[in-house]
Design a protein around this ligand. Structure first.
Ligand SMILES: [Zn+2]
Length: 392
């Protein structure tokens, strides 16, 4: 990711985020190397790193000795410097986790409940959040990120409204969550959130433009372009599971026929494998899986496709093996250095980690602010709200 600070006086919050992002991506790293990477003076970097050290976001380690002379100390992210809470709302219930600044899930909770009223759900979320935050100073909690199953605003394709939080619109849910929780709260679709987590703490450290393909009960995903999650006009891109891929194929819950996720998803796996066995199922879906890859490549031209989700590890590996001999597409470049499809690094906690990542964004990744479609102002930049007050 190309990072750049600005040497103008009013830009300190932006520069703090830029410096912290550079340390996150490249640490341990010396002041001089940070300055080179982000285009700030060593003096400016020095001021900022001192502040970040004081606030506990960074730790310092001795640099490696190169030739003669005293080695410059190097900075790295202090995982315990701050935490974010991720909550995933799904038709099966609620899941929550506490994540540190390095992306590690420190603890987790689960409430299995398939039919909660919104009021019950808000109460349960408040309890989960209080429980996970207990023992940590309030100022160490960056916020709460909440993921909802999408898509939003297309009743026939959405889980929301028919199961958890029955009868509540997306707007009601967003508003209710903001009123319920004592921390800055960010709400996003589950696929966008998971893609966001992969960008911050997974393959995003290697790839800038990649398609994140998530195999859950259904099939979803998101394109990450230039380190930003492409959200679409209404925040629903990309509902790849409902691409019609088999003409006059199996009927889908969305009302169409032959949708991709009717063949390639955990729902399809659980339905077909008991009938025909896994090996036959893999054979059956090979052409569909390959067509999906080619479609994604021809649409978005990603560096690679990252396959993740809730499938057992062994299954993901066997799916990746189906892509050994892919048809031609924009992805079939002769100068390719990476495979056309690679496994996700996020594991099965991708959605929780992704939800928490929405709040971590308050301190990293200058330029990207999580969406807040509740109509309220997004939470202020952490650094402008806290540090500016203290350093004035
Ligand atoms: Zn469909």
């Amino acid at each position: 990711m190309a990072l750049s600070g600005t040497n103008q006086g009013q830009a300190r919050p932006h520069n703090r985020r830029t410096v912290l992002e550079a340390i996150r991506q490249h640490g341990p790293i010396s002041r001089a190397d940070i300055a080179r990477r982000v285009g700030l003076t060593t003096q400016t970097v020095s001021t900022i790193t001192s502040e970040l050290l004081d606030h506990g976001f960074l730790s310092l380690r001795p640099g490696a000795r190169k030739g003669r002379g005293f080695p410059a100390p190097c900075f790295e992210i202090a995982p315990e410097g701050a935490f974010a809470i991720g909550v995933s709302i799904s038709p099966r219930g609620l899941e929550a986790g506490l994540m540190d600044l390095a992306g590690n899930l420190v603890s987790g909770r689960r409430v299995a409940a398939s039919r909660l009223s919104a009021k019950q759900a808000f109460g349960a979320i408040r309890e989960l959040v209080d429980d996970l935050a207990s023992g940590h100073a309030e100022e160490r909690i960056l916020g709460v990120g909440i993921s909802l199953p999408g898509p939003f605003g297309i009743e026939a394709m959405s889980f929301v409204g028919s199961t958890t939080m029955e009868g509540w619109s997306e707007a009601d849910i967003r508003e209710g969550l903001h009123d319920t929780l004592p921390y800055p709260t960010f709400v996003d679709g589950d696929m966008s959130a998971a893609a966001h987590g992969e960008r911050l703490f997974g393959r995003g450290t290697e790839f800038r433009d990649f398609f994140y393909l998530y195999m859950g009960v259904g099939l979803g995903g998101a394109m990450i372009y230039n380190n930003q999650v492409m959200r679409g006009a209404h925040g629903n891109a990309s509902e790849i599971g409902h691409i019609p891929i088999v003409l006059n194929g199996e009927p889908c819950s969305c009302g169409n026929r032959g949708c991709l996720e009717r063949y390639f998803s955990l729902e399809a796996y659980d339905r077909r494998v008991p009938e025909i066995g896994e090996a036959a199922w893999l054979d059956e879906i090979r052409p569909i899986f390959c067509a999906a890859i080619v479609t994604i490549e021809n649409m978005y031209e990603p560096e690679t496709i990252v396959l993740g989700g809730q499938a057992p590890d062994g299954l993901l590996a066997r799916l990746l093996a189906l892509a050994d001999d892919l048809p031609v597409s924009l992805g079939a470049r002769s100068d390719r250095k990476v495979p056309r499809i690679v496994p996700s690094l996020a594991g099965s906690d991708a959605v929780i980690r992704g939800a928490a990542s929405l709040a971590v964004n308050r301190v990293f990744a200058p330029g990207e602010t999580p969406p807040d479609r509740s109509g309220r102002d997004a939470a202020p930049d952490l650094f402008s709200s806290r540090m500016e007050r203290e350093t004035r």
